[in-house]
Design a protein around this ligand. Structure first.
Ligand code: DOR
Ligand code: ZN
Length: 430
């Protein structure tokens, strides 16, 4: 089948490519011509006019919680993939804090089977320790064999420096990163950032040093072992500064930030809306400013959602008892374009690097190329569309987000991958 995507701007910073007004011919989901299409090319083809729209390598979200197996009432692999396609992503990596945790090849294979034949590629992150309990290292060789792209005890930090050292020594043999949720256990358990707001609201606090201490520990253990650490959802000024210094020293440290941590501060918690409760918690403007600097100077490599679906009943508990986390797959691109691109914090090229290129580099996944013969793996963006988030239209099974009704500028229009295009709320075979 032939498909023509008409009059697009093609941007791929990984190929130094930026071309305007191009027509692309796809044959059975493969790029078969870029520009100069003939009459013959146009015969029997389906044409889509994407005038003024931008085609980038498919965006990849490296931090997503699918709740299957275990909490299929909150999200399944299928509903998570649908939310990803709707949100502009052609690939995601899912975290291992399922029930059971992803600590055997069987669970990895089960998730991959659930994701088969979807537009969205699902990569799996394995647990760093058995059951994520922090006591015994997971069977990393078996998990690697099953195809995992990294290891994490996300939801908690790897419990001790001793286990982390061993985990890094093993994961290094497979050139896979440890993705670290940085939170010192002895300072954890609060409901929001420690500061004036937590005092005023009377909520149990999580101090910023809970994060900083583990970032510091991990940098030191990474330097000692030569193993690779990826800092998940960085949220404090000091952590950003430490990662910056570690990178200057040439250490193997990378970092990601979520849209909520560069968009909101702990002032948002004053509403007592449990959709402002997440872990790490929303911090202060001082932290947000450093995160923006870190995005600009390359200290922060990626933007990832930490998409964390939770049931309405559980989120409706009192703030202190509600679970941590918000969904993010369908608001991430809009928030990033609005807050970073349109506010001139990042160029479009830099944004694409942080949302399509760097996550794949960190997980050793091939980066989509715009070349004849390559599989079409695209995100198509309208940079200027002004739209309002409407959670009732989300494809996710859960609706826990603080961004409902938020006005955004810039939107994913379509996603293309695996011989499928998601466009105007439908999957279309290519
Ligand atoms: O907010 C969060 N939600 N932080 C985590 O570390 C875990 C996640 C979840 O799984 O709900
Ligand atoms: Zn997470």
């Amino acid at each position: 089948m032939k498909t023509i995507l008409k009059n697009v701007t093609l941007i791929n910073p990984n190929q130094n490519l930026n071309r305007k007004g191009i027509d692309i011919l796809l044959t059975d989901g493969i790029i078969s011509k870029i520009g100069n299409l003939t009459k013959e090319d146009k015969n029997d083809s389906h044409e889509y006019d994407f005038s003024g729209k931008v085609i980038t390598p498919g965006f990849f979200d490296m931090h997503v919680h699918l709740r299957e197996p275990g909490r299929e009432d909150e999200e399944t692999v299928l509903t998570g993939c649908n939310a990803a396609a709707n949100g502009g992503f052609t690939g995601i990596a899912c975290m291992p804090n399922t029930e059971p945790a992803v600590d055997t090849a069987e669970v990895v294979e089960f998730i991959k089977k659930q994701a088969a034949n979807h537009l969205v590629d699902v990569e799996v992150i394995g647990a760093a320790t058995l059951g994520r309990k922090g006591e015994v290292i997971s069977p990393m060789a078996e998990l690697k064999e099953a195809g995992v792209k990294g290891f994490s005890d996300d939801g908690s930090a790897v419990k001790t420096a001793g286990i982390l050292k061993r985990a890094l020594e093993y994961s290094n043999m497979f050139d896979l990163p440890i993705i670290e949720h940085c939170e010192d256990e002895s300072l954890a358990g609060g409901a929001m950032n420690e500061g004036l707001n937590s005092t005023m609201l009377g909520l149990p606090p999580i101090p910023s040093i809970a994060e900083d201490l583990i970032v510091m520990r991990d940098i030191i253990v990474s330097e000692y072992t030569g193993g690779r650490i990826h800092i998940a959802h960085i949220s404090t000024k000091k952590s950003v500064e430490m990662v910056r210094e570690a990178k200057k020293k040439g250490l193997r440290i990378t970092a990601e930030v979520t849209p909520h941590h560069f968009t909101l501060t702990d002032d948002a918690v004053r509403t007592y809306d449990t959709n402002t409760k997440m872990n790490p918690p929303l911090r202060t403007q001082n932290d947000v400013n450093e995160i923006l600097l870190g995005l600009q100077d390359g200290t922060i490599d990626c933007i990832a959602s930490d998409h964390a679906p939770h049931s309405l009943e559980e989120k409706e508990a009192e703030f202190e008892y509600a679970p941590n986390g918000i969904i993010g797959l369908e608001t991430q691109i809009g928030l990033s374009l609005t807050e970073l691109f349109h506010k001139k914090i990042l160029s479009l090229e830099k944004l694409i690097e942080k949302m399509a290129i760097n996550p794949r580099k960190i997980l050793n996944i091939p980066i989509p190329k715009f070349e004849v013969g390559e599989k079409a793996n695209f995100t198509i963006l309208d940079l200027d569309e002004i739209w309002t988030v409407d959670l009732s239209r989300s494809k996710s099974k859960s609706k826990n987000s603080p961004f409902d009704k938020r006005l955004l500028t810039g939107k994913p229009v379509a996603t293309v991958n695996n011989k499928l295009m998601f466009y105007k709320d439908k999957f279309i075979k290519l």
